[in-house]
Design a protein. Structure first.
Length: 87
């Protein structure tokens, strides 16, 4: 089992006197910690990029909604129909 396998139960087990007081982070080496920090930063950067992309796509979607309404209105006028009321 990994270093973290018992982590959620440690404080409870320690409280009832069944587990030694072990610092799970003391078992991690500096390269392990650096790898975790680097991975976390990479995930945060990816999340930021995805949030930016989502905002851009939502803006594009709104532009397309407007374009669709305009084209439908123009198509209706071309057939001699009265434009539909906007909702």
């Amino acid at each position: 089992m990994g270093v973290f396998s018992y982590a959620p139960f440690t404080s409870h087990a320690r409280a009832i006197g069944r587990a030694p007081a072990v610092d799970i982070f003391a078992a991690m080496s500096k390269p392990d910690l650096e790898a975790v920090i680097a991975r976390r930063m990479a995930v945060q950067n990816e999340l930021s990029a995805l949030e930016k992309m989502r905002a851009e796509m939502e803006a594009e979607d709104q532009d397309l909604v407007v374009a669709e309404r305009v084209l439908q209105r123009l198509a209706g006028r071309g057939r001699g129909e009265a434009p539909a009321a906007e909702t």
